[in-house]
Design a protein. Structure first.
Ligand code: ACO
Length: 428
C-alpha cells in the first residue's frame, strides 16, 4: 500500500500516521491508532473527508465525472452489457464467460418466487402505503422465512442469500405496486429476462398475455445498470454499518432501503419529477432558480448537485439519451422533458450553480422516463432499491469476507452537560 507517512502536530506533540495509496484516487491517512497515541478523535460529520472502508468494487472520480464498476466505465456497461451481467461483475469481480453467465442467470431465475405466506404479509398494509414502506417491511421479513441462508460466516449461505435478494427484489417491488392499485399479484415467469419478468409482473394482468416492448425492456434494464452500485453512498454505508454487527443480510438490506428512501438520496427521483410538474412550463424556471438560490427558502433543485460529482454525473448523460429512446419507442412525448432540458441549460449558465459545481445527477431525468413507461412517482425509489440491491449485497459481502472486519462504531465530540447529581422531582 505504499510507504508514505503524514505528520500531525498538536500541542507540541507529533504523530506519524501511515498513508495508503489506492489503485487510483486520493491517498488516505490511516488514523486508526491516533486515539491510542494522542487521546484525540478526528471530527468529520457527514464523512466528507473520511474513507470508511477499503473496497475494490466501484470507483468514482467526482471532479472528472467518472464512474467505474470493477474498472469498467458505466457508459460502456450501460451501452453493451445487461443488468444481470453487471450484477455478476459486481459480485465476483470479473465479467463472466457465456457459460458462467447462463448459469448465473439460471440460478437467479430459480429464486424469483416468494414464500407463499408472504402474500398475507402484504395484505397487512394499507392500500395507500408507500411502496418503500412495503419494501422495507417485506425485505426485513425475509429473514423470518429463509433461515437456511442467514449464517453470515458461511460463504455459501452468503452466496445464496445474495442471490435470493437480487432475484426476489423485482417480485417484491412489483407486488408492492400491484397491491397499491388493487390488482392481483402475478407470479414470476422465468422464461423472461430479469427485467422483462419485472415488467410483466408490474404491468401484466392474469386475464391476458403481456406483450413486452423490447426497446422499453432494454431502457429499463439500462436504468437498473445505472443504479446498480455507487460506492460508499448513504444507503450502502448503512448496509455496511448494519452488517458490521453481524446482522443477517435481509435485515441489512431493509436498513439500506430505509436510508435510500430519503429525498436527499434515492427519494430525489420522485422529488425531481414532482418539482418539474410544479414548475410546469419553461417560463416559470427563472422563478424556481431564484428560489433554489435563496438561503431563506428551503427549496432546492431536486436532481441537481451531488456529494461526490462536481461535474456532470455520467449516469445523467446516459439517462438523458434514454429519454428520447423511450419516447420514440412508445411514440409518446412529455413537455416536461423540454422543461427539464431548459432548466438544466439555465442552471448550468447561472453563477450560483457554476460556482458550487452543481450538475444534474442520475435522478434528474430518470423520473421522466419512468413516468413515460407508466410507473407512478411513488414507485421510482422502489425501482432504485431494486437495482441497488446488488450493490448493497456485493458491498456487504466484501465487508464480511474481510478478515480485519470490525463493528462500525464512530466516536463523537460531546457537548452536553458534564456529570451532575440527580435531583428528586419535588426539589426541581
Ligand atoms: N439546489 C440548490 N442549491 C444546492 C443544491 C440544489 N440541488 N445542492 C446543493 N446546493 C448548495 C447548498 O445550498 C450549499 O450551498 P452553501 O455552500 O452556500 O451552503 C452547497 O450547494 C453545497 O451543498 P451541500 O448540501 O452542502 O452538499 P452535500 O454534498 O451535503 O449534498 C446533495 C449533496 C444532498 C445531493 C445536495 O446537492 C442536494 O440536496 N441535492 C438535491 C437532492 C438530490 O438531487 N439528491 C440526489 C443525490 S444523487 C442520489 O442519491 C442518487
Amino acid at each position: 500500500m505504499g510507504d508514505k507517512n503524514a505528520t500531525l502536530s498538536v500541542g507540541g506533540n507529533s504523530y506519524e500516521l501511515p498513508v495508503f495509496e489506492g489503485s487510483v484516487g486520493p491517498d488516505v491517512i490511516d488514523i486508526r491508532k491516533l486515539y491510542g497515541q494522542s487521546k484525540m478523535f478526528t471530527y468529520d460529520p457527514g464523512y466528507t473527508s473520511t474513507a470508511s472502508c477499503e473496497s475494490a468494487l466501484t470507483y468514482i472520480d467526482g471532479e472528472e465525472g467518472v464512474l467505474l464498476h470493477r474498472g469498467y466505465p458505466i457508459g460502456q456497461l450501460a451501452e453493451s452489457s445487461n443488468f444481470t451481467e453487471v450484477s455478476y461483475l459486481l459480485l465476483n469481480g470479473e465479467l463472466p464467460d457465456k457459460e458462467t453467465l447462463d448459469k448465473f442467470n439460471w440460478t437467479i431465475s430459480r429464486h424469483t418466487m416468494l414464500h407463499e405466506q408472504l402474500i398475507q404479509f402484504y395484505r397487512g398494509f394499507r392500500r395507500d402505503a408507500h411502496p418503500m414502506a412495503i419494501m422495507c417491511g417485506v425485505v426485513g421479513a425475509l429473514s423470518a422465512f429463509y433461515h437456511d441462508s442467514t449464517d453470515i460466516s458461511d460463504p455459501e449461505h452468503r452466496r445464496i442469500s445474495s442471490h435470493r435478494l437480487i432475484a426476489k427484489m423485482p417480485t417484491i417491488a412489483a407486488m408492492a405496486y400491484k397491491y397499491s392499485i388493487g390488482q392481483p399479484f402475478l407470479y414470476p415467469d422465468n422464461s423472461l429476462s430479469y427485467t422483462g419478468n419485472f415488467m410483466r409482473m408490474t404491468f401484466g394482468v392474469p386475464a391476458e398475455p403481456y406483450e413486452l416492448h423490447p426497446a422499453v425492456e432494454r431502457a429499463m434494464d439500462r436504468i437498473f445498470i445505472l443504479h446498480a452500485d455507487h460506492e460508499q453512498n448513504a444507503s450502502t454505508s448503512t448496509v455496511r454499518l448494519a452488517g458490521s454487527s453481524g446482522a443477517n443480510p435481509f435485515a441489512c438490506i431493509a436498513a439500506g432501503i430505509a436510508c435510500l428512501w430519503g429525498p436527499a438520496h434515492g427519494g430525489a427521483n420522485e422529488a425531481a419529477l414532482n418539482m418539474l410538474r410544479e414548475i410546469g412550463t419553461p417560463d416559470k424556471i427563472p422563478h424556481y432558480i431564484e428560489r433554489a438560490k435563496d438561503k431563506n427558502d428551503p427549496f432546492r433543485l431536486m436532481g441537481f448537485g451531488h456529494r461526490v460529482y462536481k461535474n456532470y454525473d455520467p449516469r445523467a448523460t446516459v439517462m438523458q439519451k434514454t429519454v428520447r429512446e423511450v419516447f420514440d419507442a412508445l411514440k409518446v412525448d412529455d413537455p416536461l422533458f423540454e422543461t427539464a432540458l431548459r432548466l438544466e441549460e439555465l442552471a448550468l449558465h447561472d453563477d450560483y450553480f457554476v460556482e458550487k459545481k452543481l450538475f444534474p445527477n442520475v435522478d434528474f431525468y430518470s423520473g421522466i422516463i419512468l413516468s413515460a413507461i407508466g410507473f407512478p412517482t411513488t414507485m421510482f425509489t422502489a425501482l432504485f432499491a431494486l437495482a441497488r440491491t446488488v450493490g448493497w449485497v456485493a458491498q456487504w459481502n466484501e465487508m464480511i469476507s474481510d478478515p480485519g472486519q470490525k463493528i462500525g462504531r464512530p466516536r463523537q465530540l460531546y457537548t452536553g452537560p458534564t456529570q451532575r447529581d440527580y435531583v428528586p422531582v419535588e426539589n426541581r
